[in-house]
Design a protein around this ligand. Structure first.
Ligand SMILES: *[C@@H]1O[C@H](CO)[C@@H](O)[C@H](O)[C@H]1NC(C)=O
Ligand SMILES: *[C@@H]1O[C@H](CO)[C@@H](O)[C@H](O)[C@H]1NC(C)=O
Ligand SMILES: *[C@@H]1O[C@H](CO)[C@@H](O)[C@H](O)[C@H]1NC(C)=O
Ligand SMILES: *[C@@H]1O[C@H](CO)[C@@H](O)[C@H](O)[C@H]1NC(C)=O
Ligand SMILES: *[C@@H]1O[C@H](CO)[C@@H](O)[C@H](O)[C@H]1NC(C)=O
Ligand SMILES: *[C@@H]1O[C@H](CO)[C@@H](O)[C@H](O)[C@H]1NC(C)=O
Ligand SMILES: *[C@@H]1O[C@H](CO)[C@@H](O)[C@H](O)[C@H]1NC(C)=O
Ligand SMILES: *[C@@H]1O[C@H](CO)[C@@H](O)[C@H](O)[C@H]1NC(C)=O
Ligand SMILES: *[C@@H]1O[C@H](CO)[C@@H](O)[C@H](O)[C@H]1NC(C)=O
Ligand SMILES: *[C@@H]1O[C@H](CO)[C@@H](O)[C@H](O)[C@H]1NC(C)=O
Length: 538
């Protein structure tokens, strides 16, 4: 029997929706879908058929990507009318000129000026974002696979044409050319690219497109199996995208018929979760460091995609989300939820044994070791060591790279050495702000040794240390809450200390996080390898 009920839908209008698909999902997936959709309903502009920018503060401009995810949620709720409107709007604005680098990509927002004009120059990852082909394209595939009966023939054909163009445009991407950085090592968009090409090629009978996807997938697989890790390793946000990409590999490509993606996807997904299982601290609700790319220093304060996956697996209350995810930092990622919810129950069939136990209770004090390799930015594999205990985690990686700030050249998001601890009421953090192209680390229980093999007398060690709600002034290590820190090394042990505050201080917060900046410089006349050691106790 089908259950139909009245819900307060978009713009406060009662919408007739069906509960049958939704109620067939596991309770956690339903909760994720229902709560995220209730939040997005309040952003839906029914007059235009787009969501307003979900982070607000955009003077009522709209946003493309979250609109696509919302449309998927609408299909799950059997609201195909509004879903088709959104889909048609998004495709209407898809870039159509094959001579442009952004061909087949999706607009970031409908009000934007024409990309590539004098007034609005093309700027990759800014005025256009090449990864949006993947974000929107994969969402279209999920819609076509899960809800074909709810989408008219005409709109399905339009979506396939859109996917074809997006795939052709994506094939323009070559790492190192035209400011692009899509190598097979850039795990999250690489996984999506291979998938969309392999899926669309099969669906349209375009063997060349299928082969291109399979070949790209093979390059990703070859890289993965070197160390059984993703090149873009341990990120609260991007591990979540990569798991999504791997699920697409597992679910929507034929097992028979020789797709390298369906052959290797399940192993890659399980290996990735096995690493997460060892790095996730259930008490602190954080993935311990090091983080290749992080959008904050404490997952309890920003929305991460891993938190959304955790919700589907172990429940919202055990994830790192607060009750109202929309008030957390990076809240726009809360709009990913319909994708996670729709894939959740299939995902659960692929997990390694014992995963859920290790996500809900710490499997004792332990040390995790791994390697990860991200050519062409890594001269050698990165060596990762993370020690986890009940109240403190220390994780760091040795690296030797071509750039400062990791492959995304972002000092703000690359966190190669991270300590986290509990104060009882808050998560404290300490993270080395990367200023060098190479770093050697030693991690042991209660101890972190850092050195710069190619450093010199100008090298500095900047430690980004949490600000505390409960202990608002910090004048030295002795006032850092919840942990004792002893510093030694060949640095000048007289450090500088400044505050990065939203409203003032010496510098600005990073990723919304205010912090204390402990910086060590080298002594006058220094020669040799700069070295800093930290010993912790509680
Ligand atoms: C979905 O909505 C349509 C009307 O738009 C309705 O005819 C159909 O019964 C609904 N499907 C389910 C499964 O409730
Ligand atoms: C989700 O919403 C549907 C109605 O669309 C409802 O039937 C279901 O009980 C809700 N599930 C949860 C877990 O809240
Ligand atoms: C796909 O690209 C072609 C140009 O190659 C363009 O004419 C067509 O309108 C595009 N289709 C869509 C759905 O954007
Ligand atoms: C085949 O695919 C490759 C990679 O996507 C592309 O560069 C090439 O132009 C395609 N050739 C044809 C004939 O479609
Ligand atoms: C961790 O902290 C809690 C609360 O302060 C304390 O009871 C417990 O003994 C600590 N565990 C260890 C291993 O120090
Ligand atoms: C990581 O360890 C391997 C030996 O297993 C070594 O060859 C490599 O140089 C190390 N990487 C770095 C960046 O130190
Ligand atoms: C980093 O790699 C480069 C290129 O192979 C090499 O010249 C340099 O010595 C390496 N640095 C370290 C610290 O291993
Ligand atoms: C240290 O190395 C950096 C980068 O290689 C260089 O710019 C700087 O001048 C060097 N400083 C000293 C004191 O040698
Ligand atoms: C930390 O402080 C040092 C010394 O004042 C300064 O040079 C550096 O820019 C600061 N770093 C950050 C990330 O604010
Ligand atoms: C260490 O730094 C302090 C403060 O800047 C300075 O007075 C002192 O001379 C430095 N010592 C050495 C050995 O460089």
């Amino acid at each position: 029997m089908l259950v139909t009920l009245l819900l307060l839908g978009a713009a406060g209008l009662p919408a007739l929706t069906s509960a049958s698909y939704v109620t067939s999902m596991s309770p956690n997936a339903q909760g994720l879908l229902n709560e995220s959709m209730a939040w997005m309903d309040t952003f839906y502009d029914r007059d235009l058929g787009y969501l307003y920018d979900v982070e607000g503060g955009a003077a009522l401009r709209h946003e493309t990507r979250s609109s696509a995810w919302y449309a998927l949620g609408l299909l799950a709720r059997n609201d195909s009318t509004e879903a088709e409107r959104i889909i048609t709007n998004i495709i209407g604005a898809q870039f159509k000129d094959p001579s442009k680098q952004w061909y087949g990509d999706y607009q970031k927002y409908p009000e934007e000026p024409e990309v590539g004009t004098a007034a609005y120059p093309a700027s990759i990852y800014n005025s256009w974002d090449p990864n949006w082909r993947g974000f929107v394209g994969t969402t279209f595939v999920v819609m076509l696979e899960e809800f074909p009966d709810l989408i008219s023939e005409a709109v399905q054909e339009l979506m396939l044409e859109s996917l074809f163009n997006a795939t052709v445009g994506d094939s323009y991407r070559v790492g190192g050319v035209d400011d692009d950085n899509l190598y097979p090592s850039y795990s999250n968009p690489a996984l999506m690219r291979a998938f969309v090409s392999g899926w669309t090629g099969r669906r349209l009978g375009d063997q060349n497109m299928t082969d291109a996807g399979e070949q790209y997938a093979q390059e990703i697989v070859d890289l993965f199996v070197r160390h059984n890790t993703l090149s873009e390793f341990n990120s609260g946000t991007y591990t979540g995208v990569s798991l999504f990409g791997l699920l697409l590999w597992c679910k929507y490509l034929p097992a028979a018929g020789g797709s390298v993606m369906s052959a290797y996807g399940p192993k890659m997904l399980r290996d990735t979760w096995s690493a997460v299982a060892q790095l996730w601290h259930p008490g602190m609700r954080n993935m311990a460091g090091p983080w290749d790319r992080a959008y904050g220093y404490d997952m309890n304060r920003y929305v991460s995609l891993m938190a959304l996956w955790m919700w589907t697996l172990i429940g919202k209350e055990h994830s790192s989300l607060i009750n109202k995810p929309q008030v957390m930092s990076h809240s726009a990622d809360w709009a990913w939820s319909p994708l996670m919810a729709v894939l959740a129950d299939f995902h659960a069939t692929l997990l390694p044994d014992g995963l859920l136990d290790s996500l809900t209770s710490l499997s004792g004090e332990h040390t995790f070791e791994a390697q990860a390799y991200y050519p062409p930015y890594d001269y050698a594999p990165r060596n990762i060591t993370t020690w986890l205990s009940e109240n403190v985690t220390i994780g760091a990686e040795s690296y030797n790279e071509t750039v400062v700030g990791g492959p995304s050249t972002s000092q703000e998001s690359f966190n190669p050495a991270v300590v986290q601890w509990t104060t009882g009421s808050e998560i404290g953090f300490l993270s080395l702000y990367p200023t060098e192209r190479s770093l050697d680390v030693q991690v042991a229980p209660w101890r972190l040794d850092l050195s710069y093999p190619e450093g010199n007398a100008s090298s500095i060690f900047t430690l980004v240390v949490s600000a505390f709600a409960d202990g608002r002034s910090v004048n030295g290590w002795e006032e850092v809450k919840g942990i004792s820190v002893k510093v030694s090394g060949n640095v000048n042990t007289t450090h500088s200390l400044s505050f990065a505050g939203q409203m003032g201080g010496q510098s600005k917060p990073l990723r919304d996080f205010e912090f204390w900046n402990f910086t060590y410089v080298m002594p006058d006349g220094f020669q040799g390898v700069p070295q800093l050691s930290l010993e912790f106790s509680i």
